[in-house]
Design a protein around this ligand. Sequence first.
Ligand SMILES: Nc1ncnc2c1ncn2[C@@H]1O[C@H](COP(=O)(O)OP(=O)(O)OP(=O)(O)O)[C@@H](O)[C@H]1O
Length: 760
Amino acid sequence: MRDQPADADVPVPALDAGVDQERDYVALLYHRLDELRAEKETQLSQVRGTGAQGTMQNVSERDAFATMYQDRLAQLNAVDDRLVFGRLDLDGGTCRYIGRIGLTTAQRQRLMLDWRAPESGVFYQATAFDRQGVRRRRHLMLRRREVQGVEDEVLDPDLLEETAENHGDGALLAALNARRTGQMGDIVATIQAEQDRVIRSDLSGVLVVQGGPGTGKTAVALHRAAYLLYSHRERLKSAGVLIVGPNSTFMSYIDRVLPSLGETGVVMSSLAELYPGVRGVEEQDPRVAEIKGRLAMVDVIGDAVAQRQRTIAGPQEVEVDGVKVTVTPAMINRARERARATGKPYNEARATFVKVVVKDIAEKLERILAKRSQGNDADRSYLVEDVRTARDVRVLLNLCWMPRTPRNLLEDLWSRPGYLKTAAPQLTAEERELLSRKPGAPFTLADIPLLDEAAELLGDLDESAGREEARQKAARESQLENARRAVENATPQMEEMGIEGFLNAEDVVALNEETTGRLSAAERAVVDRTWTYGHVVVDEAQELSPMQWHVLMRRCPLKSFTVVGDIAQGSSPSASLSWEAAMEPFVGERLRIEELTVNYRTPRRIVALAEAVARADGLEITSLRTVREGDHSPTVDRVSVDEVVPGTVEAVAAEFEKVGDGLVAAIVPERLHSAARRALRERFGDRVGDGAGSLSQDIVVLTADEAKGLEFDAVVVAEPAELRAEAAGRIGSLYVALTRPTQSLHVVSSGDLPAGFEAQ
Ligand SMILES: Nc1ncnc2c1ncn2[C@@H]1O[C@H](COP(=O)(O)OP(=O)(O)OP(=O)(O)O)[C@@H](O)[C@H]1O
C-alpha cells in the first residue's frame, strides 16, 4: 500500500494547514463514511429483498453478502464519534491520516488508515530522538464530528524552525483531565509508546502486563483485543476472544470500549459467570475461598466423582418379570472396568457400565428361562429391554454408578461430612469443617471453578447427548462446506468494494443461525462451557486462584493469553505473590512479562500518599511516574466512631464543591456499606447509586473489592484501617481504594490511621 499523496482528487491540507483546512478534510472523511453507509444499507435491503429461494448455494451466497453488509454497517455506525484523530507528516512530503477504521475513495485511493495497520504504528511510537521518518505528528481533537482544535508535535528540528512551536502532550492531558462518565472510554487517539508496544505484541503465548495503578492496563488489554481481532481476524473471529474481569460492575464499566473501536462479538464475562447458568455469590469467609482456590481441589473433585462408583458387598438378587437373577460383585467389577477403560467422563462411561451389566443379567435370565422351558427356543430379544427397565435393576445400577450433575455433586460434597472426608483426606478436619454448609446454599464465586471441574469429569448426563452432538456437528460441517463455496464466489466482489478480510465461512453459518433464531458464535460461546477461544484476556489477574487459572486454561488450549494486573493490588485470599509463581503450574516458564510504568489516572500528590502507605506496610512497589501534579492535596478528616458515616456524607459534599460536576465514589468497609448509602441517599436523593449499572450516577457507594479497576473524579475513603483489616490484613485493597481518583482524595477516619499517612 502506498501513502496517500496530496493530489487533485483528494486535496490533503498543506503542512502549514490550520484548523479550517483540517475541518474540510474531516468533512470529506465523514462524507465518505456516510456514502459507504448508504451504499451498504441499499445493498443489504436489496439482498434481503431477494427472498430465500434458489439452490442451497444461492441461499448461502445471499447470506454471505448479508453478513458482510451487516458487519460493515455495524462497524461504520460504531466509529462515527471522533472518526479521525491523527495525522502524520512524513519525510518525502507524504502524509497519513489515522482513524478508527481504514477508508478509501470509490477509486480506492487511501483517505485514512486504520490505527491498527502496521503503517499506523509510527503514530504512537515516533519520538524526537527516534522519529522513524515522522516530521510532525498532529492530533486532531474532535467532539463527535466537529474539529475543535489541532495539536502538533514537531519531531523534525528543521520543521520546528519553519512552523509553530512543539506543543508536547496537550491531547493526552486533555483526555486525562476530562470528567469521568462512569464508562471507560477508548484511548486510541493518545496511546503512548510503551503501551503501543504491548498492544501490538505477538498473539501467541502468554503475555503478562504488570503495571501499577492507573498505568492503563485495562485500556491496553482492550485495545490489544481490538488489535488482535484486526490482525488475526480469520483465526479469532470464529473461535472468539474472551475477556474476563473481576466482577459485573467492572464488566459494565468497560463494555463500551470495544464497540467504540468497531469490534463487537467479543465475549465478556466476570469470574462469577464463567460457569453457564450459575452466578456465584461472594464467598463470605476468605479462608473458605482460599481452600477452594487450591489446585489440590482438582484431586478432591476427582475423588468425589470416583466415590460415586461403588460395588456390592456380596451377591444380590434382582427381580425381572417375576424371575430372580443373582448379580455378583464380579459382574459389577467387570462392567466397571470396561466402563472406565473407555476413558470417557463419568456420566458418559456410565452408559457402558449400564450396557454391560444389563447384557450380563439378560444372559443369565435367558439361561434361567431356557432351563425352565427345557430347551424350547423362544424369541427372547425383548429381554434386554425388560432387564433395563426392571425396577430392581435400575436401583442397583444407580447404587453402583449414580448419574450425577456437577451441582448436586458439589452440593453433596459440602453438605455431607462423610463424603467430603473420603474425597478430601488431604484437608485437615478443621478445613473440612470450614467447607461444610447446608444443602441449598447458593454457589459462590470460589465454587465456579469447582463446578467446571466437576462438569469436565462428569460429562454429559443425557445419554443421547453424544448422538445429538454428532448430528449437529455433521449438519454444521455441511453448512460450512456450502458457505465456503459461497465465500469463494463472493470474494472478488468484496475486493472490488475495497473490503478486506471481512468474512469467512464461519460467519456465514453463524448468521444463518442468527437469522433462524439460533445463537451467534459469541452467544453460543457464552452458554457452552466447553467452548475454546482463540485468545483470552484476563484483567485484575493478580486475584485469580490456582483453580480459576486451571479452568481458564481449558478455555484456550492454545494458551494464547493476555494477562494484566498488579501484584501489589492483590487482595483476595488466593492473590498471587508473583506472576512466575502464579503461571508456572500452567505454562512453565513460557511467559513474557512487560511492565507499564506511568500512572495516567492519579495526580502525583495522591500517588505519593498511596505509595507511602503501601511501602509502610512492606509492600514492594516500583514508584510510578505520574503525568499530572494535580490541583488538590489529599484531605484527611479525623472523626469519632459515631461520626464516620455523617463525616463521609460531608466529605462527599465537599468533594462535589471541589471538582464541580463529576463522579464521586465513597469507598467504605462492608460493615458500613448500607448505612453510608442510606445517609447519602437522605442527603443527595437518587443521585446515589450502588453496584453494577449505577456508575453513571453522580455518587456511588462501593466496597474496596467492587472499586477494583474503576476510577472517579473524586474519592472518599472511609476507615482506611478497617479496609486494610478486611482484606485479611493485606494492604492491597486500601492501595486500590487510594488510587481510584483522577482529581481529588478525601479520607475519613476514626481511630489510628495506617502507617504512611503521617507524611500527610
Ligand atoms: N494513553 C492514554 N491516553 C489517555 N488516557 C489514558 C492513556 N492510558 C491510560 N489512560 C487513562 O488512564 C486511566 C487508567 O487506565 P486503566 O484503568 O486502564 O489503568 P489500570 O492500569 O487498569 O489501573 P488499575 O490497575 O488501577 O485498575 C483511564 O482513564 C484510561 O483511560
